[in-house]
Design a protein around this ligand. Sequence first.
Ligand SMILES: [Zn+2]
Length: 237
Amino acid sequence: MLPKGMCYVVDVNGIAITITHKRVRNVNLRIGSNGDARMSVPLHMSRARAMEVARSHEDWFRTHAARANARRSDGPMLWETGECLNVWGTERKLSVEHTQDVPQCELNGELLVIRVPEGTTPEGRAKFVERWLCEQMRGRLKELVPAFEKRVGVHAASITLRRMKSRWGSCTSSTGRIRLNTALAEQPPKCLEMVLVHELCHLLVANHGPRFKALMDLHCPDWRVWQRLLDEHPPRA
Ligand SMILES: [Zn+2]
């Protein structure tokens, strides 16, 4: 029997399916709010069997992920109670509350509680959540950056966070400056790690050729899975 809550990602022809072994009777298929494919299976099911089941449901995942993506691009977020936002790859429901104190954002179970002064506009709420996502990212980067700089054997002159529409990260190798998309705080943590390693590797190799890929294989062996997940879930508008 596999340990409870064991979780891994399997690649089915380009779909990254997260499989979790849980105390459930049946196999459950699900598409997360950011279009990610998930499957939970009983604890007693072997890993090989679970992967076989995932493969046999490729069409299901493909159709439903496409539908979820279409729904998601319906319109911009209003940052109201009941809307959903992914934080580190986990869906959180927004709960907007009013406060006369300093605005606050905190995770509470499945909720992301946003406390702002009454009358704060949707843009104001968006900015505030964005700042909070930035803080979350900085918190993780505090440990990730020194660890991976050491591993890759480089030093970034600066790491800037900003919201970008089409890129997850970028690197100017001549100056050593790296920029990371704050939208990474909405994806599974491994994605941030992978993009960070990607940009650090660019300090050694400017292009995406075989030398670059070999470095990625060395420092982030499952980078392809996370790359594909990001390719399939572009940053929200
Ligand atoms: Zn690159």
